[in-house]
Design a protein around this ligand. Structure first.
Ligand code: SF4
Ligand code: SF4
Length: 210
């Protein structure tokens, strides 16, 4: 027992004078990685129109079913977005959200991004369902948000989920192409022509007619 106390004191003495590895939050904020994903923000165009066109793609891509949208038609009298529709209701349930960023990847207009906003703690679970009024950036503001972080080159030694070789996936030579089930090389443009009309890939037609 006494030995344990002495060991503990020795550790304390050893660490005295070392720089602390903790930060004194909330007085001190830690610096966040470039691609940190926090709370969502809905963006506007410079014209003030909302970028969201109520297409539901983000909700469809969300693996946690955390986005609820009700879209409505724009009219000549009331135009909210440049598209046919806009999101009349846009809720994000941050209790369900896993901050994966699929919604911002799915959005065709750059309307939704996950920003460096992380101070979300509350005693009331209902406060964590964010509504459009809270998510939408204010009139007069037209930012692109964190999208710029994703167009920059990947930081060195970042794990890439995509295979860099054809016929190779997840560390195995077992993709459909490599085991002979696929016949179209990946990322090759397929032109619709006579061969396709007969249900045959263009490459095979060329071989057949040669
Ligand atoms: S970050 Fe992921 S889990 Fe959260 S709302 Fe977007 S798609 Fe859904
Ligand atoms: S945020 Fe983007 S993906 Fe989601 S409904 Fe609006 S336009 Fe579509």
């Amino acid at each position: 027992m006494a030995m344990d106390i002495l060991k503990g004191l020795a550790t304390t003495l050893r660490e005295l004078g070392h720089k602390p590895t903790t930060v004194s939050y909330p007085e001190e904020k830690r610096s966040l990685p470039l691609r940190f994903r926090g709370r969502h923000v809905l963006h506007r165009y410079e014209s003030g129109l909302e970028r969201c066109v109520g297409c539901y793609l983000c909700a469809g891509a969300c693996p946690a079913d955390a986005i609820y949208i009700e879209a409505e038609q724009n009219t000549e009298e009331r135009r909210v977005s440049p598209g046919e529709r806009y999101a009349r209701v846009f809720d994000v349930n941050l209790l369900r959200c896993i901050f994966c960023g699929y919604c911002e990847q799915a959005c065709p207009t750059g309307a939704i991004t996950l920003e460096r906003i992380y101070e979300l703690a509350t005693m009331n679970p209902e406060d964590l369902v964010y509504h459009k009024e809270q998510l939408l950036e204010p009139v007069g503001s037209a930012t692109h948000g964190s999208l710029a972080a994703w167009t920059a080159p990947l930081p060195e030694r970042t794990a890439t989920p995509l295979p860099e070789r054809q016929g190779f996936f997840d560390g195995l030579e077992a993709s459909a192409a490599s085991v002979g089930q696929g016949h179209l090389p990946a990322e090759t443009e397929i032109l619709i022509g006579e061969a396709d009309a007969r249900g045959m890939p263009t490459g095979e037609k060329e071989e057949e007619t040669a």
